[in-house]
Design a protein around this ligand. Structure first.
Ligand code: EPU
Length: 417
């Protein structure tokens, strides 16, 4: 039987919570380590399930991962095994990044097609097209993608159809060891990608423009192992801020980078929250009842799709009707039915979510269907009248380090059963 969270709603959160390193950066750093043989050290790595799974992917490839607290030491062999097996890749989409890394390092890659969260179809065509433009060839047999670049990858101009985070990262990894210059146009600009570029830079890669929509990479002959500290997790920070807002509490989120949450903080302010920031912290006081507002999810620096379920939850108790438009994923609405079972009045129409604010939610049994849905349902439960049981809590383990103890330290009545 799967784990559940039991939450007794109604306590305003208060206190300080420190966020850890970003899941979506640390996972990429682990793959990036494969680019250089020798001993790497990655600090500020969250203790979450996805990092464990990525550790197993690396071990399959021949690398050795050791954790000491939040520090991961990775020993990368001279000749990695160019293969990522289905049982691991199917559990986590981020493992598709080994494609670019292994092709660049070994001239071949056998990678099962990825799984991950159920947000509708999540193809990898941009990854493949970009790597093909760099000279790789691909063949899909029995669910496994066989990539080859026996003479090495060659730098070229790639212009992405959409600023895909994963495709930009895959091409970045491939390009740092390619011959000549690669330009990635319409590149993703996410802070985690900038962090990846910095880590690669400390290994000796030549990268310009990370964080802008055009990245230029001058390929080098080889890289050397390096150390890196992972950027703070803006999604973890944002999630605790919405939890504070939902309970009309006052919470300081420390060890974060407020400049990475500009759009989310703007929307929380528009919803009636009082927010002050320092260089590394955000303090938020939530309103008795939030104000309705409209949000569209967009690539960074727009409003993050991974903050959408949490924000819809906050708006479910707002005064007035809100509209949230999801522009990144075709399907991210399975959690809405669960929120409605708690008394919310929300309906989805195509990519739009219409939220008619209600005065109160009431606890019941709900199912978490992915990481952010699990976070959103916990946030709903923190305000709801009575007890909520959130089943399939393992989804939260994939993305939030210390979810239950951190919320409990802010005064939440929450336990795991
Ligand atoms: N897309 C394609 N073709 C491609 C690649 C992407 O059509 O070849 C589409 C996707 O289907 C999606 C959109 O483009 O509709 C954006 O996908 P993107 O490639 O940007 O996302 P990703 O790299 O697969 C990362 C995060 C996600 C986050 C998205 C968007 C990791 C491990 N995952 O996914 O994080 O939602 O960027 O910011 O970095 C999470 O942390 O909960 C999570 C799902």
């Amino acid at each position: 039987m799967s784990d559940s969270l039991v939450v007794q709603g109604g306590t305003p959160l208060s206190g300080t919570v420190a966020v850890g390193g970003a899941k979506n950066a640390a996972l990429k750093h682990m793959v990036a380590a494969l680019m250089a043989p020798g001993r790497h050290q990655i600090e500020n790595v969250p203790e979450i399930l996805d990092v464990e799974i990525m550790g197993r992917v690396l071990e399959h490839v021949g690398a050795l991962c050791r954790r000491d607290g939040k520090t991961l030491t990775i020993d990368v062999p001279e000749h990695p095994i160019p293969e990522a097996p289905l049982e691991l890749v199917r559990q986590m989409r981020a493992s598709i990044l080994v494609l670019g890394a292994l092709l660049a390092r070994t001239g071949e890659a056998r990678v099962a097609l990825p799984g991950g969260d159920d947000f509708g179809s999540r193809p990898i065509d941009f990854h493949i097209e970009g790597l093909e433009a760099m000279g790789a060839t691909f063949d899909l047999r029995h669910g496994v993608l066989y990539g080859a670049a026996p003479d090495g990858l060659v730098g070229t101009d790639v212009f992405l159809e959409f600023p895909s985070v994963g495709a930009t990262e895959n091409l970045l990894l491939a390009a740092v060891l390619a011959k000549g210059v690669t330009t990635i146009g319409n590149a993703a600009r996410e802070p985690e990608l900038v962090d990846l570029a910095q880590y690669l830079g400390s290994m000796g890669a030549k990268i310009d423009g990370a964080g802008t929509s055009t990245i230029e990479i001058h390929g080098v002959e080889g890289l050397t192992a390096a150390s890196h500290r992972t950027v703070p997790d803006r999604l973890e920070a944002g999630t605790y801020l919405v939890a504070a807002a939902m309970t009309a509490g006052t919470v300081t989120v420390s060890d974060c980078r407020p400049e990475h949450l500009r759009m989310e903080l703007r929307k929380l302010t528009a919803a009636g929250c009082e927010i002050t920031t320092s260089a590394t912290s955000v303090t938020l006081t939530g309103p008795e009842r939030p104000v309705a507002l409209d949000i569209s999810t967009l690539p960074y620096p727009g409003f993050h799709t991974d903050m959408h379920p949490q924000m819809v939850t906050l708006l479910s108790v707002a005064e007035g009707t809100s509209l949230v438009t999801e522009n990144i994923y075709a399907g991210r609405f399975r959690y809405l039915g669960e929120l409605n079972r708690m008394g919310a009045e929300i309906h989805a129409d195509g990519q739009h979510v219409v939220i008619r604010g209600v005065t109160q939610l009431s606890g019941c049994e709900v199912d978490a269907c992915d990481i952010r849905a699990g976070a959103a349902l916990t946030i709903a439960a923190l305000r709801a009248e009575g007890e909520t049981v959130i089943r399939d809590a393992h989804h939260l383990d994939r993305g939030y380090d210390g979810w239950v103890p951190k919320l409990a330290s802010l005064g939440a009545d929450i336990r795991r059963v």
